[in-house]
Write a protein that binds this ligand. Structure first.
Ligand code: SF4
Length: 368
């Protein structure tokens, strides 16, 4: 059985051509699946009945099944989704004043083993398929609409999710082809029709893949920096040993030439007495001075058995002030959904009794 959630515009066109159908039928099908959010071929009422019946015999529309659905007091909602083989992934909906953002996962687990990351501690299991990635957006929109959620920012006939961040479990650029296909569906006017500025991909810094993304599907880019020098970043983000800071920043500058925004966002998790000293903020400002950027300071969200602690509010604000004094735009991320463990990987880590498979070498992911 094929899953129509796996098909972007070009794959859908190829599928319909193979079946002897006219090209516009592929667009109709794409619209039904992603705009109409239907869950069965039989609901595609403007396809000829014979086409529909034949397609229904071997095609389905199936997103990962929901294992848990929890909503925090601040409205943040998290779905834990079953992707088979004892693997669960997470999608998190974050409503704000003027937008509804969905944080999407790209892999079950992650091989990159960043020192402060709950997902990294669970090991790597596998890449998600296109259907499993876009299925998170499809499902979240359906669930919110079914619950009668009608946020003030939603225009007539539009979906409640207005922004997507590829910032959930996994390194999206290590699952390049499936992530790009899923993002093309997000951007497609016959599907979700999101602008490139409203889709953000967050990477730990796979330099060759950043260059590939610039050509294949330039969306807004966020980079997990987390340290002002290679010595510390080698420890916190081990992929730095392969692609050190200077190479990463050069890739960011190249990326900006094609990006929908004229800056890159650097994420910087605030770890008490590890990377949060005022001098480190000054070093950071020097390191990024040639890259048009914004810096997002993220209070660390502790998880069981971690060696790290969250920086105090005072230290975070002092760090921010140093960056601002150096002329940088620096924000502090609001903590959301704490009552439901909304930080990346926390819920999945708690319910999974998974056999850990640590893969320490990035090239074993087939990422390059
Ligand atoms: S921070 Fe991102 S890249 Fe690093 S281990 Fe966690 S999920 Fe993987």
């Amino acid at each position: 059985m094929i899953n129509l959630l796996d098909f972007d515009q070009s794959a859908m066109s190829a599928l319909f051509a193979e079946r002897g159908e006219r090209p516009f039928r592929a667009k109709q099908a794409l619209r039904w699946v992603h705009r109409g959010l239907v869950d069965r071929v039989g609901a595609m009422t403007d396809l000829a009945k014979a086409t529909r019946d034949a397609l229904a015999l071997d095609a389905e529309i199936r997103a990962p099944a929901v294992v848990r659905d929890s909503t925090a007091s601040d409205g943040t909602r998290k779905w834990l989704l079953d992707v088979g083989g004892a693997n669960a992934i997470e999608a998190v909906y974050i409503p704000e004043d003027d937008r509804g953002t969905l944080c999407i996962s790209s892999q079950a687990g992650c091989a990159l083993d960043c020192a402060f990351c709950s997902t990294g501690k669970q090991g790597f299991n596998r890449n998600l398929s296109v259907a499993e990635i876009i299925g998170q957006l499809w499902h979240a929109n359906r669930a919110l609409i079914a619950d009668g959620v009608s946020p003030p920012w939603v225009e007539q006939g539009r979906h409640p999710i207005t922004n997507v961040v590829m910032m959930g479990m996994g390194e999206p650029l290590a699952n390049f082809d499936n992530v790009v296909a899923a993002m093309r569906i997000m951007l497609d006017d016959n599907a979700y029709g999101l602008s490139r500025r409203r889709v953000t991909l967050s990477t730990s810094g796979l330099v060759p893949a950043i260059d590939r993304l610039r050509d294949a599907c330039p969306v807004a880019l966020a980079v997990s920096l987390h340290a002002p020098n290679d010595e510390l970043r080698d420890r916190l983000v081990p992929i730095n040993r392969k692609y050190p800071i200077a190479e990463l920043l050069a890739a960011c500058v190249r990326y900006i030439e094609r990006a929908p925004r004229d800056f890159v966002t650097f994420e910087y998790v605030m770890l008490d007495r590890i990377n949060d000293a005022p001098g480190q903020a000054r070093d950071l400002a020097k390191v990024v001075r040639d890259v048009p950027c914004k810096i997002n300071l993220i209070p660390f969200n502790p998880f069981p058995n971690t060696e790290f602690r969250t920086s105090s509010r005072n230290r975070i604000v002092a760090f921010q002030r140093e960056l601002q004094n150096a002329g940088l735009v620096a924000t502090i991320r609001k903590t959301r959904g704490e009552s439901i463990d909304a930080a990346c990987g926390q819920l999945a880590g708690r319910v999974q009794d998974r056999t850990k498979r640590r893969v320490h070498k990035i090239h074993s992911l087939g990422a390059h």
